[in-house]
Design a protein around this ligand. Sequence first.
Ligand SMILES: NC(=O)C1=CN([C@@H]2O[C@H](COP(=O)(O)OP(=O)(O)OC[C@H]3O[C@@H](n4cnc5c(N)ncnc54)[C@H](O)[C@@H]3O)[C@@H](O)[C@H]2O)[C@@H](O)CC1
Ligand SMILES: Nc1ncnc2c1ncn2[C@@H]1O[C@H](COP(=O)(O)OP(=O)(O)O)[C@@H](O)[C@H]1O
Ligand SMILES: [K+]
Length: 521
Amino acid sequence: MNELLTPAETGEADRLTEAGGTPGLDLMARAGKAVADVAALMTRGPDTRIAVLCGPGNNGGDGFVAARLLRNVGFDVRVFLLGDKSALKGDAAEMARRWPLPIRAATPDALQSMYLVIDALFGAGLSRPIEGDAAELVEAVNASGLPVLAVDVPSGVDGASGEVRGVAIKARRTVTFFRKKPGHLLMPGRDLCGEVTVADIGIPESVLETLKPRLHENAPGIWISDFNWPTDGGHKYDRGHAVIVSGPALQTGAARLGARGALRAGAGVVTIVGNSTATAIIATQVTSIMVRSVSGAKALSEFLRDQRRNAVLIGPGASVGPDTVADVLAILKSSASVVLDADALTSFADPEDDGDRAEASMGFLARNGDRGPAQPSTLFAAIKGRQAPVVMTPHEGEFKRLFGELPGSKVERARTAAEQSGAVIILKGTDTVIAAPDGRAIINSNAPSWLATAGSGDVLAGIVTGLLAQRMPAFEAASAAVWLHGEAASAFGIGLIAEDLPDVLPKVLQKLYAEKPRGRR
Ligand SMILES: NC(=O)C1=CN([C@@H]2O[C@H](COP(=O)(O)OP(=O)(O)OC[C@H]3O[C@@H](n4cnc5c(N)ncnc54)[C@H](O)[C@@H]3O)[C@@H](O)[C@H]2O)[C@@H](O)CC1
Ligand SMILES: Nc1ncnc2c1ncn2[C@@H]1O[C@H](COP(=O)(O)OP(=O)(O)O)[C@@H](O)[C@H]1O
Ligand SMILES: [K+]
């Protein structure tokens, strides 16, 4: 159920279903019924006056069906059409014909003395920005403050990217069919959809075998079989040894957050390494986490020669500059799995990037006329030249510094970046996207708004490192980490600070453990 289908793939699913013998009119009838069922939940009783705004395509067709069914059970329903009834085609024309009352022109006046609006203007067939009269109508709906139920997607939201094309309806609820689309989860689409209901309209699951979707909504079902639980008789080193590279003395908090994330995620052993002043400070703060004074590229290479140290995180609080570049390149020469976050990414910023490059990076560039290895292409070559996986965890700013302005949706950008760099990319935000170099991608949807707090990204990078230490495959480890991180934040609730995240993880893990199939414990 977690597959996501673009509007084009949804159209293909419809076509395959019709080719299999189900008439399109039946699909539309079921779609309209699903809309009517949810609309009924949004009313305040039989006297509720409902405005159904229909567009020129099949989205409008669903609207005509919903209107008829709601009227049949006693609601006071008015139907308004954008465009000319004579221009309606196929199934939508047939469903308009079955509506027994007048069809009026869809203008802002349609909203007067209504209680609920059904938005059946545009769905998967939105092909250009909404302008003119249609835009005026959309703006009037939003200004009215009336509750809106959107059919398939709120009109104006691009189902593939979640972007607003021109203007878009702000819905309270959305009913979509068969599977969600990326636009239901990517911002700002997710916000505009409100609560999304996915209705079964008789499209068989077998169409997925033809479509082979490579994009999913994040859920444990995708990665839980790769999750490594402690086993009877296991040794702590069976659960891996995560190494967290600390920054200088005044920036050690980030490494500590990462280390605690890695340990709570189940790594058998976690060691923080750094220079002697930094590690002296860290040693007063940690207990089960080990600390070693290891500093500089050469010493890191030596330290990682021990292959039990099998996952390394560098970046949180690392500081931007040539030392971090050298450390990263040395770490990438090891056989460990590697997580690159924050300053480890910015240290390789593209000098051509004229955007919002970090101040620290600017200073570094100013001091380094000849950038030497400090450019994205050097980083990507080092990643592609190694065996063990690399996960990069940029937020949008860091992403832009490495990859510039890539075209397409957030999913497409993350996929391109994964392919270009050879790393699994966690492109963070409200709608974090995880993408693998082979084209698999996941959109995460469980992160609450209060997760946007200083240092929460450091904990995430630590969780990924902890799962990699346990030898979980990189794409699955990245997806699981993002999900656990979101779930932990939700479980804690509002008031969360980054320090809280690792300590809520056990609660989340225990629930997963309890739910997993017996015999796999
Ligand atoms: N068998 C099917 O294909 C099914 C389709 N369903 C519904 O059909 C919808 C898709 O139908 P369509 O492909 O007809 O597409 P839509 O109904 O979303 O819109 C297409 C129409 O809008 C016009 N249009 C697109 N963008 C516009 C803009 N910015 N300004 C003005 N006009 C614009 C197009 O020229 C076309 O006439 C789905 O969203 C879903 O609601 C459901 O009934 C389920 C079955
Ligand atoms: N509005 C939001 N809703 C939910 N999660 C968010 C939101 N904004 C950011 N996040 C998440 O919070 C974390 C912030 O990480 P990051 O940007 O690296 O900050 P920091 O460096 O302070 O840790 C990421 O996991 C990101 O996905
Ligand atoms: K719509």
